[in-house]
Design a protein around this ligand. Structure first.
Ligand SMILES: *Cc1c(COP(=O)(O)O)cnc(C)c1O
Length: 421
């Protein structure tokens, strides 16, 4: 033995070899080329916030404006647009959330749909049992969820019951069990926590709420299109999810709502508009809610906004949500590994679950310099996002992100932290 050197730490070359091996073995790698910008060196770490556009969507939007809006004009409503919220809803049900037809509709924004469903659920449980006055929500749920629950409680004489959570994780079974009981009307939970990426056990949590006699509304914004959801099998009551995140519907594309068949005709949503009535063009003297999912609509559906998501839904059906989840697990696992190798020596910590089974599609890295790091990276065409406190979110949209892209981004994070810390 002539060398006394300790085992060398993994080098940049090791990570590079690992990224190329992972890309070579990735059965979904060809899908990346279906997205605008795949040919550039830009690193996109924010597909969990605003997905990249599929190239096919650029064509689809242009064709829609030219041929359908331009050519069919008002006839378009009779010919297809009136049904589009339901046909796309059923596709989301089939490809993304495990829902049989007739339970999913594309409608308003996530915020508005959550408001409609949480209020409908609160009113239904409270009317059946006036002792049920509480809405359970966690303190780290997405701001819009917390704000609208607070507003509904005030409007309806209810009470918000807050669950405290660890910011690097999320709601636990024990904390949920302790929060629900005979006073609970409805529980609102996120399937994947927007900050930490923590993945809730939606089947187990639903059962806990049901055992307490409550209804559950699931916010699927950060799971739809990246983590399998089995709404029917897991006994969901109600759910809402974003379409501009992993479904690549484009900025402000409308959200979807799921209402289990058994609840549909018993729920009254609060925005009674003409598009939710039984016979829309009867224009009758008073509101009579339609049967089925139509009653959850209010006004004219945002057709232009729901055009693009159809391309990603087709991609998801083609790839299969289980294969997408497998790639997502591999991507976030690689990002955690790269963070340990490249960033831990600079004091950066992983603020997401290390257990892949408890993690959704993004990884949050924590360091006091992350706000400045994010601003610097954006100017270099490396695009993560920043969430207080000190969190850099690495969103890895499985269909449009490669392992090489992930490594390039992690190296850029390292350089920025080294400069700015
Ligand atoms: C993105 C997101 C929303 C967004 O609601 P909008 O009404 O579309 O602005 C809501 N909830 C969660 C958990 C989200 O991640």
């Amino acid at each position: 033995m002539t060398t006394t050197e300790p085992t060398a730490p993994p080098t940049a070359a090791d990570l590079e070899a690992e990224a190329s091996a992972l890309d070579a073995a990735d059965p979904l790698r060809h899908h990346r080329d279906a997205f605008v910008g795949a040919e550039t060196s830009l690193v996109y770490f924010d597909g969990n916030s605003l997905g990249r556009p599929p190239r096919a969507s650029v064509e689809r939007l242009a064709a829609f404006a030219r041929d359908e809006w331009g050519g069919r004009l008002i006839r378009g409503w009779d010919e297809s647009w009136m049904q589009l919220p339901f046909t796309i809803g059923d596709t989301i049900g089939r490809a993304v959330i495990g829902a049989a037809p007739g339970q999913t509709v594309v409608g308003d924004s996530t915020t508005v749909l959550l408001y409609k469903l949480v209020r409908a659920a609160f009113d239904a449980r409270n009317a059946a049992d006036p002792a049920r006055v509480e809405i359970v929500v966690d303190r780290d749920n997405f701001p819009t969820d917390r704000y609208l629950v607070d507003g509904i409680a005030r409007e309806r004489g209810g009470v918000v019951r807050w669950i405290d959570v660890d910011l690097d994780a999320g709601v636990t079974e024990d904390s949920l069990r302790a929060a629900v009981g005979p006073a609970t009307a409805v529980v609102l939970l996120s399937h994947v926590a927007y900050r930490s990426g923590y993945l809730a056990d939606a089947a187990a949590f639903t059962a806990i709420a049901h055992d307490a006699g409550a209804l559950v509304v699931w916010d699927l914004c950060h799971s739809a299109g990246s983590v399998p959801v089995l709404a029917d099998e897991w006994g969901f009551d109600l759910a809402v999810g974003c379409t501009y995140k992993y479904l690549n519907g484009g900025p402000g594309s409308p959200a979807f709502a799921y209402v289990a068949t058994r609840h549909q005709d018993a729920l009254a949503q609060p925005i009674q508009g003409w598009m939710g009535t039984a016979d829309v063009f009867a224009m009758g003297p008073e509101y009579r809610p339609a049967e089925g999912m139509r009653r959850f609509l209010s006004g004219t559906p945002p057709i232009v906004g729901m055009i693009a998501m159809q391309d990603t839904l087709a991609l998801i059906e083609d790839a299969g949500i289980d294969a997408i989840r497998a790639k997502s697990v591999a991507l976030t696992g690689f990002a955690v590994h790269a963070a340990d190798e490249l960033l831990a020596p600079l004091g950066v910590t992983v603020a997401s679950p290390r257990d892949a089974g408890a993690r959704g599609g993004h990884v949050t890295l924590s360091h006091p310099a992350m706000r400045a790091v994010t601003a610097r990276l954006w100017s270099e065409d490396v695009i993560p996002d920043y969430r207080d406190p000190d969190g850099l979110r690495i969103g890895l949209s499985p269909l449009s992100t490669s392992f090489a892209e992930t490594l390039a981004g992690m190296r850029a994070v390292r350089a920025a932290v080294a400069d700015l810390a």
